[in-house]
Design a protein around this ligand. Structure first.
Ligand code: ADP
Ligand code: ADP
Length: 226
């Protein structure tokens, strides 16, 4: 089924900036798709609309069959370019935040947090504070926090853009390994051709602002090779 479906979606910000569209987009359940385009073309805008963090000016948006503006029902994992961790809280408490907000019991949430930390290779750093971590490790914590609710869909907004090239390559590999295991629906925003082709099954190439989808390219690089 369609995990994400956008129909004739546009976004014009209050200041009159036409940021996006019209775009049509279908992402199948379990698919890893990249939105690739130049800075300012509306990639983040598209992702925020899918996440329900921003409302489309026109068009129809469905995520897992629901309107993402309906916050009470949605389960969407979002990772921002800048790690947005609470500096006063440990890694464990940062990852647990979405479960606390959902009023999950401590015993159930502890197991979930451990699983999410294990998925990103940070279980042994559970009791450390964010300031003690490298940029790459902070990004892994953000990823664990996005995964901990077992979301229907994972939205990644240039998550590795601020990292050095070696850390970035390592995280690309780890994300790909994780995706092969979990088979979550992923929409990954990037302006890196390498990243989009390396990670995704499909790359949607956008025009400059207001971004429209100029090309929809199948890659299948995300399938394990023989
Ligand atoms: P990208 O992620 O591709 O770099 P964005 O979606 O962040 O692009 O931005 C698309 C355009 O919309 C840019 O011109 C940006 O300046 C503008 N924009 C983004 N957010 C806002 C906002 N809240 N208000 C007004 N303009 C915005
Ligand atoms: P990453 O590739 O995740 O950004 P780095 O390359 O900066 O990590 O760090 C290399 C390794 O150093 C990490 O994988 C981790 O094992 C170790 N390390 C980093 N920060 C700490 C820390 N605060 N305490 C203990 N070990 C650490």
């Amino acid at each position: 089924g369609a995990a994400v479906s956008l129909r004739d979606v546009t976004k014009v910000y209050d200041n009159g900036v036409a940021a996006l569209g019209p775009i049509d987009l279908n992402v199948r359940t379990g698919e890893f798709v990249s939105l690739l385009g130049p800075s300012g073309c509306g990639k983040s805008t598209a992702l925020r609309i899918i996440a329900g963090l921003s409302e489309a000016t026109a068009g129809r948006v469905r995520v897992a069959g629901r309107d993402p503006q309906d916050r009470s029902r949605h389960n969407i994992g979002f990772v921002f370019q800048e790690p947005t961790l609470m500096p006063w809280a440990t890694v464990r408490d940062n990852v647990q935040l979405p479960l606390d907000l959902a009023h999950m019991s401590r015993s159930e949430s502890a197991a979930r947090v451990n699983q999410a930390l294990a998925q990103v290779g940070l279980l042994e750093f559970a009791d450390v504070y964010p300031r003690e971590l490298s940029g790459g490790m902070k990004m892994r914590v953000s990823l664990a926090r996005a995964l901990v609710t077992d979301p229907d869909i994972l939205l990644l907004d240039e998550p590795f853009a601020a990292l050095d090239e070696i850390t970035r390559f390592k995280l690309n590999n780890d994300l790909l390994t994780l995706w092969r295991k979990l088979r979550k629906t992923v929409v990954f925003v990037t302006h890196s051709v390498f990243e989009s082709v390396y990670l995704s099954q499909r790359v949607l190439i956008m025009t400059p602002r207001p971004g429209r989808i100029a090309h929809d390219v199948r890659i299948d690089a995300a399938e394990p090779r023989a």
